[in-house]
Design a protein around this ligand. Sequence first.
Ligand code: THU
Length: 161
Amino acid sequence: MDKRQYNFSFQVYASISELTEQDAALLTKARAATANAYAPYSHFNVGAAALLNNGHILTGTNQENASYPVGICAERTLMSTVANVYPGAAILTMAISYFNSNGNSATPVAPCGMCRQALTEYQTRTQQPIRLILGGMSGEIFVIENAGQLLPFSFGKNDME
Ligand code: THU
C-alpha cells in the first residue's frame, strides 16, 4: 500500500489594501462587475475580471434564467467572452467577487465545481496557469496561484487519449 497526499498553499491578505496595485485594480473591476449580474432568482451577484496576456482586462457576471439550470456562472461567461473577443488569449489572473441578498460579502467564495472544470480546461488550452484572486466586497482576500489546484484528479483531454 502506498499513501499519497494532495495539498496546496494559498495567500491570505487582510484586505484589498495589502494587494499589489495591479491585483487591487483587477479585484476592483470584479467588484464593480457584480452590478451587471442578472441574478433575480438567487440574488447572489457574482462578478469576475480577467487580466489577459495581451494586457487587456475583460469582465463577466452570472446570468440566470427562469429555467434554473440554464443559468451560467460569472467565471464561465467571462471565459467565453475572452475566447470570443480575443481568440487564443491566455488568462493570467482572474479576480472573483460577489454580494448576496443581505449585501454580505466579507469572506471569499471559490468557483463552483463546474467552473473549476472549465478553468482547468482553459489552462490546458492556453498552456497558462490562471491565478485566482478571491474576495468579497470587503474583508480577507485569498490568492491561489493555479486554478487547477482547486480540482485535484481532474478529468481532461489527455485522459481520453
Ligand atoms: N455563481 C457564480 O457565478 N460563480 C460561482 O463561483 C458560484 C456561483 C452563481 C451561479 C448562480 O447564478 C448564483 O451564483 C447562485 O449559485
